[in-house]
Design a binder for this molecule. Structure first.
Ligand code: AMP
Length: 227
């Protein structure tokens, strides 16, 4: 049975970094809707024109656009053995649609990980964050010291939406629209919380153990039984 993981948590919780590591470790595709949108903006794709305005303001791109993107992405064969989803679902509506997609796929339940971090720590992290201007990967402290991306050697830059004013808006949007997604999943046997206010290596260790445990719990429940 595949391992289908979704990473929840506020902006700056470390979802992207942890999703990247986990996906590499398990040989699964990491699917980040934020990365997909930023890539579409960079390539000037039509869907990105409107999305860009929302992203620059720290608001959410509309549900239907996001669901179309995810439905197409999850129909590709590289997700057959599972995936690590980062940044989706961001609304309860998206969560329900994802359940419907998963039911059609019939390839195992979702393991839902909520990465919890206090708000003051998030603001501090987001102000300091750098990403690679070529491949979009989040930089780690060692990359920052070197000034270039460890994966492709690209230049590190601030994300356009990481300035303080937009960060506050993204945190507000999270509390209002995405926090309810955590509650949507909370009652499932495959839902787990991980403490994100630790060094990345510690978070990764906790995550690995937690996912193994949740996947075991998931194996004994069908998606239908979880709802
Ligand atoms: P992220 O890199 O996940 O922080 O996403 C950056 C921005 O892309 C967000 O602030 C939203 O504007 C947009 N975005 C990414 N994923 C979604 C989603 N699932 N639903 C709506 N908007 C999204």
């Amino acid at each position: 049975m595949g391992l289908n993981v979704i990473m929840l948590g506020p902006p700056g919780a470390g979802k992207g970094t942890q999703a990247e590591r986990l996906a590499a470790q398990r040989g699964l595709p990491k699917i980040s809707t934020g990365d997909m949108l930023r890539d579409a903006v960079k390539r000037g794709l039509p869907l990105a024109l409107k999305a860009r305005e929302e992203m620059d303001r720290g608001e959410l791109v509309d549900d239907q656009t996001m669901i179309n993107i995810i439905r197409e992405r999850l129909s590709r064969a590289d997700t057959d053995a599972g995936f690590v989803l980062d940044g989706f679902p961001r609304t309860v509506f998206q969560g329900r649609e994802l359940d419907a997609i998963m039911e059609d796929r019939g390839k195992g339940p979702l393991v839902v990980i909520d990465i919890a971090v206090p708000e003051e720590e998030l603001v501090r992290r987001l102000a300091a964050r750098r990403i690679c201007s070529s491949c979009g990967m989040n930089a780690e402290p060692t990359d920052e010291a070197a000034g270039v991306c460890r994966r492709c050697g690209g230049t590190l830059v601030h994300r356009a939406d990481d300035n303080e004013c937009v960060v506050r808006e993204r945190l507000r949007v999270y509390a209002e629209q995405t926090k309810p997604v955590v509650d949507y999943y909370r009652g499932r046997p495959t839902f787990r919380t991980v403490n994100g206010a630790q060094p990345p290596d510690r978070v990764a260790e906790e995550l690995e153990a937690t996912i193994a445990d949740a996947a075991r719990a998931g194996a004994s429940f069908s998606l239908g039984a979880q709802r």
